[in-house]
Write a protein that binds this ligand. Structure first.
Ligand SMILES: *[C@@H]1O[C@H](CO)[C@@H](O)[C@H](O)[C@H]1NC(C)=O
Length: 156
């Protein structure tokens, strides 16, 4: 019995306690001013961009959880997610941008998978999502030069 109690204290209790803590999902939303399709030095953060986190059942694709958030002045969002979502697949995704000239979601960077369970060994509450971006309607000047630079780094 004492053994069981110890087992309970060591295993079950911490699990219960940590299950009460919400996850804090953090990520960045940027404006791709060169329509490069990736983050460069010309991809400033977008403040006030709307982001959604959705969790769907792995098998049925049924929506199980959804919560929205907004980016701060640096283009970073912090969204609290309660519960453990080990049975679901969760994605952060772009909803909207307040910048009318930078509001076309990059199809290649419009979502990011986030792992919202503690049963995979990640004990921390913090979760980092890949950055997501909107395209600027018209590339700013200087983009050709900038992108050339990235191409050169790629080739070397
Ligand atoms: C992301 O882009 C893909 C491809 O265009 C599209 O099918 C999907 O609906 C988009 N998702 C969001 C959240 O915008």
């Amino acid at each position: 019995m004492a053994r069981l109690t110890v087992l309970f204290a060591l295993c079950v209790l911490p699990a219960l306690v940590s299950a009460g803590n919400p996850f804090l999902v953090r990520g960045r939303v940027y404006c791709d001013t060169c329509r490069a399709g990736f983050e460069t030095e010309a991809t400033p953060g977008i403040p006030g961009a709307r982001v959604r986190i959705e969790c769907k059942d792995r098998d049925t694709q049924q929506l199980k959880y959804s919560i929205d958030g907004v980016t701060d002045s640096t283009g970073t969002y912090y969204i609290k997610v309660s519960g453990d979502h080990g049975d679901n697949l969760c994605d952060a995704m772009l909803v909207s941008s307040p910048q009318s000239d930078c509001s076309e979601a990059d199809p290649g960077r419009n979502r990011s998978r986030v792992i919202l369970t503690r049963y995979n060994g990640l004990v921390s509450d913090a979760r980092f999502a890949n950055a997501m971006g909107f395209f600027k309607s018209e590339p700013i000047s200087g983009c050709t030069k900038l992108l050339q630079k990235y191409q050169e780094t790629d080739d070397s």
